[in-house]
Design a binder for this molecule. Structure first.
Ligand code: TRP
Ligand code: SF4
Length: 323
C-alpha cells in the first residue's frame, strides 16, 4: 500500500526553541517512517507579517533548517523545501483566491486575533487576509491528505477543507480534504509564564547551554501554594513539572518527591536544567557539524522533488479550468 502524503510547514523565525521541538518537530520526525513527508519553510507566509524586514528571512531559514536536520528531519526520508522555490504555490493561491468567499477569511479567528496582537507591523493588508488561502495552496498543490499542526492552526485546516470542498463542487472531485493531526504534548510555557515565543524573549533555545538553561528555569513560577520547602507541592499545576513530563511521559519520581515535600523547587529546577542539557547534547553536537552548504544542497534537492509534483498539479488544473 502506498503511504499517505503529509505536508507541514513553519515560518522561518530563526533558531528553534524547545517548544517547537516538543510541539512539532518531534512529531514530524516520527511521522517520516509511516508517511510520505513534505516539510516546508513558509517564507512567503513570513512575509505576510514582516514584509518590511525580509532581509532576515534567508539567515532565519538556514538556522531553522539546521535545527530541523539536527533534530532528525532527514533529507533521505522527507522532501525538505522552501515555499518560494516552488512558484506554483502562488498560481494555485491565485486560483483558490477566486473561489474563496471574503466572509470565510474575515471570520477566521486567527485573523481577528493577529490584527489585535501584532502591533509592530501594519498587517491590514490584502496578503495577510489571504494567509489561509496561501496555506491551503501549500497543502492542496501536493494533494496532501494529512497535516500535522498545532492547535492554533486548526482554523486554517478547516478553511483548507472548505476551499477544497468548494473547488470540488464547482469543477468535480480533484482535491482530497486534508485531515489535521494534532500533537499531543504538554504545553510548555516560556520562563515568564506566557506562551513560549521568540518574540517574547522567554524561550529555551535548543542551542542553550546548561548555565543558560538554569538561569532561565530559575525565573519560572512554581506551584504558588508552595511557600516553604516543607509545604507539599502540586506538580500538576507547576509549569516546571510540564518540562519534566515533556522529557519523560512516564515521569513520577519528581512528582512524588514534590507531593511529599521531599524536594525543594530550587533543587528540582537544578536537576531539570541538568536533564534538559543532557537531552540537548546530541542534538547540539550534530548541529555544529551541519554547514550552510549542506543546507543549500538539501534545499536544491527538495526544490526538484516538490516542483515535479507541483507542476503536475498545475497542468491538471489548467486542463480542468480550461485556462
Ligand atoms: N501557518 C503555519 C504556521 O504559522 C505555517 C504553514 C504555512 C503551514 N503553510 C502551511 C503549516 C501548510 C501546515 C501546512 O505555523
Ligand atoms: Fe514544581 Fe518541582 Fe517545585 Fe514541585 S518541586 S512545585 S514540580 S518546581
Amino acid at each position: 500500500m502506498s503511504k499517505k502524503r503529509i505536508l507541514s510547514g513553519m515560518r522561518p523565525t530563526g533558531a528553534m526553541h524547545i517548544g517547537h521541538y516538543f510541539g512539532a518537530l518531534k512529531n514530524w520526525v516520527n511521522l517520516q517512517d509511516t508517511y510520505e513527508t513534505f516539510y516546508m519553510v513558509a517564507d512567503w507566509h513570513a512575509m505576510t507579517t514582516v514584509y518590511d524586514e525580509t532581509h532576515n528571512i534567508p539567515q532565519n531559514t538556514i538556522q531553522m533548517l539546521k535545527d530541523w536536520i539536527a533534530c532528525g528531519i532527514s533529507p533521505q526520508k522527507s522532501v525538505i523545501f522552501r515555499q518560494s522555490d516552488v512558484p506554483e504555490h502562488t498560481e494555485l493561491f491565485l486560483i483558490l483566491s477566486m473561489i474563496t468567499p471574503l466572509g470565510w477569511l474575515l471570520r477566521c479567528p486567527t485573523y481577528k486575533e493577529q490584527l489585535r496582537e501584532i502591533k509592530n507591523h501594519d498587517i491590514n493588508t490584502y496578503g495577510f487576509l489571504g494567509y489561509p488561502v496561501l496555506q491551503a495552496a501549500d497543502i492542496l498543490i501536493y494533494k496532501a491528505e494529512v497535516v500535522p499542526v498545532g492547535e492554533d492552526q486548526v482554523p486554517h485546516l478547516e478553511l483548507t477543507r472548505e476551499i477544497a470542498r468548494r473547488f470540488n463542487s464547482l469543477y468535480g472531485k480533484f482535491f482530497p480534504e486534508p485531515q489535521a493531526i494534532l500533537t499531543k504534548s504538554p504545553k510548555l510555557l516560556g520562563f515568564d509564564g506566557r506562551k513560549m515565543s521568540k518574540s517574547y524573549g522567554n524561550a529555551l533555545d535548543l542551542t542553550d547551554d546548561e548555565k543558560t538553561i538554569l538561569k532561565k528555569i530559575k525565573q519560572m513560577i512554581t506551584d504558588p501554594s508552595r511557600i516553604h520547602t516543607t509545604d507539599k507541592g502540586h506538580p500538576e499545576v507547576c509549569s516546571v513539572y510540564q518540562y519534566w513530563k515533556a522529557l519523560d511521559e512516564k515521569e513520577t519520581e519528581i512528582a512524588t518527591l514534590c507531593r511529599e515535600a521531599k524536594i525543594g523547587c530550587v533543587e528540582c529546577k537544578k536537576r531539570l536544567a541538568v536533564k534538559i542539557s543532557k537531552f540537548l547534547k546530541p542534538f547540539q553536537e550534530k548541529r555544529k557539524k551541519i554547514t550552510e552548504t549542506q543546507i543549500k544542497e538539501i534545499l536544491d534537492e527538495g526544490k526538484e522533488k516538490a516542483s515535479a509534483i507541483a507542476k503536475k498539479t498545475i497542468s491538471e488544473l489548467r486542463e480542468i479550468l480550461k485556462i
